[in-house]
Design a protein around this ligand. Structure first.
Ligand code: GDD
Ligand code: MG
Length: 354
């Protein structure tokens, strides 16, 4: 069975991180995000995936490397201009018969995909979408179904007054390939605003299946950090381990140098060739990228640092995200919710957010 991963969005809600790193490959515990999706697909017997890409495709290719990843054969379908979620699917999928798995390239889940595929076949459905529950459906696609799962309504990004249920589209679909002919070519087409409503209007066998598994869209800074907390606590089950040697609930990268006077409290991940000077403290849910250095007496707690970040002496970082090559000045304080784009320079003693 073939999977298509929609991986061509601009990741605007994850800016400034996505200005230099496309969303599908933002690191989670120092592993590019798509590896988690590919490993999960592989666990459910999928061996072939097409990445529907546009924005940042060269970088995605470079990071995933080669034609195989996580035991899956990869190919790329590139849109010169983004074609929208359905346009991208039409552009990427092989013609033919039989079902296709389609994923939003930003959902972290351990849902039972094999079970959804089975249910789709048993019902003789043409389209099955996975559903989950959230507190605020206005940021998602709201879905109403009949008690037997038949789709009744799909409303993308509903206004608060139109929220009737907590159930939303989880961005994991099983679609019969013959349906792709309903997607017009040569223009932008949205799955959520055009294709799904079209399936409803035509009375096609279209079902929703509510999952009870872990599910998170990693597409904003808050959920991006939350995903890593959830991976570290084992709230979500994946076949992916952070790189490095595991010591209890710490993962220590190769060739890292950690002072005997540094204090590490897991769960935490330290990247390859990281350097931690004396008096450093790394608190729970911290992630240090490769070659990151923490100078004397600096503390980080629940912070996610990408590669080549330098944390100056006495600096304090908590629950923030810091992209590649940032320089954090001596005694600077970076607090919860701050997100620094690649190459940012924080002066000595500065406080963020102000
Ligand atoms: N190739 C390609 N081309 N991919 C695209 C394009 C495009 O033009 N536009 C978006 N994508 C990809 C994004 O990269 C992402 O992986 C996926 O499609 C969904 O886009 P988002 O921008 O993340 O959408 P969303 O999170 O606001 O809403 C979607 O996901 C929700 C679940 O997380 C919708 O599908 C909602 O209905 C759903 O509830
Ligand atoms: Mg999203």
């Amino acid at each position: 069975m073939q999977a298509v991963i929609l991986a061509g969005g601009q990741g605007t809600r994850l800016r400034p991180l996505t200005l230099t790193c496309p969303k599908p490959i933002v690191p989670l515990l120092n592993v590019p995000f798509l590896h988690y999706q590919l490993a999960w697909l592989r666990q459910h017997g999928i061996r072939e995936a097409v990445l529907a890409c546009s924005y940042g495709v060269d970088e995605i290719r470079r990071v995933l490397g080669g034609r195989h990843a996580a035991g899956i054969r990869l190919s790329y379908a590139i849109e010169r201009e983004p074609l929208g979620t359905a346009g991208a699917l039409r552009n990427a999928a092989d013609a033919g018969n039989g079902p296709l798995v389609v994923l939003n390239g930003d959902v972290l889940t351990d849902l039972d995909l094999s079970g959804v595929i089975r249910l789709h076949a048993e019902r003789g459905a043409q389209a099955t979408i996975s559903l989950t529950s959230v507190d605020d459906p206005t940021r998602y696609g709201l879905v109403e179904t009949e008690p037997d799962g038949r789709m009744l309504r799909f409303l993308e990004k509903p206004e608060p007054e139109h929220v009737t249920v907590q159930t939303i589209n989880a961005g994991v679909y099983i679609l019969e390939r013959t349906l792709l002919e309903l997607i017009p070519t040569g223009r932008v087409v949205s799955m959520e605003r055009e294709f799904f409503p079209e399936l409803l209007a035509r009375g096609i066998g279209f079902f929703g299946h509510t999952i009870s598994a872990y599910w998170l869209d990693i597409g904003n800074a808050e959920t991006y950090r939350q995903a890593q907390v959830d991976l570290l606590t084992g709230t979500v089950t994946t076949g992916v381990q952070p790189p490095g040697i595991r010591r209890g609930n710490l993962w220590i990268g190769d060739e890292s140098s950690i002072s005997a006077e540094a204090r590490l409290t897991g769960p935490a991940v330290i990247g390859r060739r990281a350097r931690l000077a004396s008096g450093c403290r790394v608190g729970p849910f911290s992630v240090l990228g490769d070659r990151t250095t923490m100078e004397r007496g600096s503390h980080i707690d629940g912070a996610v640092l990408w590669e080549d970040v330098r944390v100056g002496p006495g600096a304090r970082l908590s629950a923030c995200v810091v992209a590649d090559r940032c320089r954090i000045g001596a005694n600077a304080e970076i607090g919860p919710g701050a997100v620094l784009g690649a190459g940012s320079v924080v002066p000595d003693g500065a406080r963020l957010p102000a």
